[in-house]
Design a protein around this ligand. Structure first.
Ligand code: CTP
Ligand code: CA
Length: 225
């Protein structure tokens, strides 16, 4: 099929993709969040669709209008994202985790607004489930692509995540500092897979998303060859 439709190498392939940040409530009006804009994930969802994929997007809160996709599911917390992904994991051939999922959530969010009664406030956090690792551990597992946001030793940590989570591919992203990937128009990625690596140089996010989508398609088809 790939040879017959070179422009649509992912024709009919069902993709599940997470994007954006998550918000972890502290009380009814406050949350713990992060600086992910969701732009890379939305652009990748669009680029995979252009290659023929049927993309379901599970998105945390962003300021973006989703592109036309098979399905868009909006969530707020990591636990909600986890539930929506696990419910759909067996119905996809390809999973892409671009979301900046909060690693921790407040243990016991307050039911009413926290008042500034005390000079200091302690908040206890507990670990969120690792959505990507859970999807990769399923049997059968979809072809699984992760992202790694790192401020230092980018390749070293990304390779660790590829191996530890049992991923098929990981796209590593330098964040923070002048060349960081969050809240920026441009980005660069180092993509790793078992036995290979490719650097995608600094470029506008939509173009980078297209280059990454093509590389994902290439590795996915190789995997299923
Ligand atoms: N991820 C996930 N669920 C989580 C945390 C992360 O699915 N609870 C996914 C992200 O979507 C990303 C990948 O795991 O594709 C790596 O996220 P990252 O934050 O870079 O790594 P962590 O494994 O969370 O490790 P750490 O934050 O300690 O570097
Ligand atoms: Ca993390």
């Amino acid at each position: 099929a790939a040879a017959l439709h070179p422009a649509r190498p992912l024709d009919g392939v069902r993709v599940l993709l997470t994007a954006g940040p998550t918000r972890e409530p502290l009380d009814p009006v406050r949350y713990l969040g992060n600086r992910s804009s969701g732009r890379m994930g939305y652009a990748l969802a669009e680029a995979l669709t252009a290659l023929g994929a049927r993309v379901t997007l599970v998105s945390g809160p962003t300021a973006l209008t989703p592109p036309p996709l098979e399905q868009v599911v909006q969530v707020e917390t990591a636990l909600q994202m986890h539930a929506e992904v696990i419910a759909r994991a067996d119905a996809c051939e390809l999973f892409v985790g671009t979301a900046a999922v909060a690693d921790y959530r407040p243990v016991d969010p307050a039911e009413t607004k926290i008042k500034k009664e005390r000079a200091a406030l302690e908040i206890r956090l507990e670990r969120n489930p690792d959505i990507l690792a859970e999807v990769a551990a399923r049997r059968p597992a979809p072809f699984t692509v992760g992202f790694a946001a790192e401020t230092e030793r980018v390749e070293h940590y990304a390779h660790g995540k590829l191996v530890d989570k049992g991923l098929d591919m990981i796209a590593a992203n330098r964040v923070g500092g002048p060349r960081g990937g969050f809240e920026r128009e441009e980005n660069a990625l180092t993509v790793l897979w078992p036995g290979g690596q490719r650097d995608l140089p600094m470029m506008a996010k939509p173009r980078l998303a297209r280059a990454l989508a093509e590389l994902i398609a290439e590795r996915y088809l190789e995997h299923h060859a």
